[in-house]
Ligand binder design. Structure first.
Ligand code: UD1
Ligand code: CA
Length: 449
């Protein structure tokens, strides 16, 4: 099969009014990635050599999002919504170029596995001309039913056109269909719209193929994979299934999740074996975690790298550009954004480190923050190795603190600190002997007590 070429077409022209949203349906996200991107990713992983996405008219936002996600995709517009066969034909230009197989899938079905698409391809490679990916539905209402005669696929009957007997059939069309490239166009061009909806049904390709003496077969899959999103409840259902699957995968790959159901991954979260993820951790896109790191409870990470043996949390927030070095510690209520915390450094309590480097083995005291923003621009803080920043210091960027330097607690550091220097940036303490009692007496009189 590896030497066969494949064109995959994603139908994404649904208006999605039931989402009650200003955002088109296929741009709503599961696991931090638009629905249509899930379909595109599955198609690419299944070996698509060419990929076309069919969108509705005036959907520049979808076209732009698709181009951003996968520049190799060609976007076609279906001017009028006249049915699934008509939608596929909107990509006629792509269909006229040779491909061994053509697979049609939907942009609002984010749970389809690449392996399943590969099985459709394998069936075509084995000699079928039309392949329908079917499944046994718990409640088949709304789906096209697969009519089997003498053990063979005879037709697909849409709900609205089905007789009561046909409606009792539970074997349904997932919507994913495969065609051999050499006869897909002639099949689609033969499809008419003489049915209850007056639409050009892609599913009619089965009966037409059989009339022409071609071979049409069914490949069976799991219902869960073919769940579509039409409203927010179904979006949440798909998210839940996606998360459950990914938790299983992580556990299988050697990641410890102490309370799997409370951990949420993004589509691209990468976690090495022997990482421990404690309860209630949320991953946004772009996170990679190396072995032996531990992410403690109630942490939120996005766009961050956590290197081997590092400890993050509880209650830590890693934002884009955070790079936590090996054996480094990021403690409770610490936020790191665009910051390199080098190996063995510690930022243990109540800190904000933004646009900064913290050198190896440096200790950042509780409550220390980098003041990286003056309302107009962002500035860098550079802290060397083996430095010590006393608690509750404000490091006003741009500022550099050299290796081995020591900053007294409560300092407001506005000037560079040379290596190995001691910096104290706070007003000197004044003690006035015996003055506490007098002060109290005055305050008590003022309060009338
Ligand atoms: C379709 C199948 C049905 C199958 C079901 C699975 C047909 C005729 N029926 O029915 O057998 O069981 O999917 O969910 O194919 N679309 C366009 N342009 C159009 C029409 C549809 O892009 O003109 C897209 C939609 O955005 C959607 C997909 O094609 O992503 C399916 O269309 P929809 O109208 O929902 O088909 P169903 O009636 O659900
Ligand atoms: Ca549908």
């Amino acid at each position: 099969m590896t030497d066969r070429t494949s064109l995959m077409i994603v139908l994404a022209a649904g208006e999605g009014t039931r989402m009650k949203s200003a955002t088109p349906k296929v741009l709503h996200e599961v696991a931090g990635q638009p629905l249509v991107a899930h379909a595109v990713a599955a198609a690419l992983a299944a070996g698509a050599d060419r990929l076309a996405v069919v969108i509705g008219p005036g959907r520049d936002d979808v076209a732009k999002a698709v181009a951003r996600l996968a520049p190799e995709v060609t976007v076609f517009t279906q001017g009028e919504r006249l049915g699934t066969a008509h939608a596929v034909l909107a990509a006629r230009e792509a269909l006229t170029q040779p491909a061994d197989d053509v697979i049609v899938l939907y942009g609002d079905t984010p749970l389809v596995r690449p392996e399943t698409l590969k099985r459709v391809r394998a069936e075509l490679a084995a000699g079928a001309d039309v392949v329908v990916l079917g499944f046994e539905a718990d409640s088949p209402t709304g789906y096209g039913r697969l009519l089997i005669q003498n053990g063979k696929l005879a037709a697909i009957r849409e709900e609205r056109d089905a007789t009561p007997d046909e409606k009792a059939i539970r074997l349904c069309n997932s919507g994913i269909m495969g065609f051999t490239g050499r006869n897909v166009l002639s099949l689609l061009d033969t499809i008419g719209n003489d049915n209850a909806k007056g639409e050009y049904y892609l599913t009619d390709a089965v009966e037409i193929a059989l009339m022409l003496g071609l071979k049409a077969t069914v490949v069976a899959g799991e219902e869960e994979e073919f769940r579509g999103v039409n409203d927010r409840a179904q979006l949440a259902d798909c998210e839940a299934i996606w998360q459950a699957r990914r938790r299983r995968e992580m556990l299988t790959r050697g990641v410890t999740l102490t309370a799997p159901d409370t951990v949420f991954f993004a589509y691209d979260t990468e976690i090495a074996p022997d990482v421990v993820i404690e309860p209630n951790v949320v991953f946004g896109p772009g996170v990679r975690i190396e072995s032996w790191a531990r992410i403690r409870a109630f942490s939120h990470l996005e766009g961050a790298v956590v290197r081997s043996g590092a400890l993050v949390g509880p209650y830590a927030r890693l934002r884009p550009g955070a790079d936590i070095g090996s054996e480094a510690h990021i403690g409770n209520f610490v936020e790191v954004k665009n910051g390199h915390i080098e190996a063995g450094a510690k930022v243990n309590h109540l800190s904000y480190i933004g646009d900064a480097r913290v050198g190896a083995k440096t200790n950042i005291g509780a409550g220390t923050i980098t003041c990286n923003y003056d309302g107009f621009g962002k500035y860098r803080t550079d802290i060397g190795a083996n430095a010590f920043i006393g608690s509750n210091s404000s490091l006003v960027a741009p500022v550099a603190i050299g290796d081995g330097a020591y900053v007294g607690s409560g300092s407001v550091v506005t000037e560079d600190v040379p290596a190995d220097a001691l910096a104290i940036g706070r007003s000197r303490q004044v003690n006035k002997p015996e003055r506490a009692a007098g002060l109290r007496a005055r305050m008590k009189a003022k309060a009338g007590k």
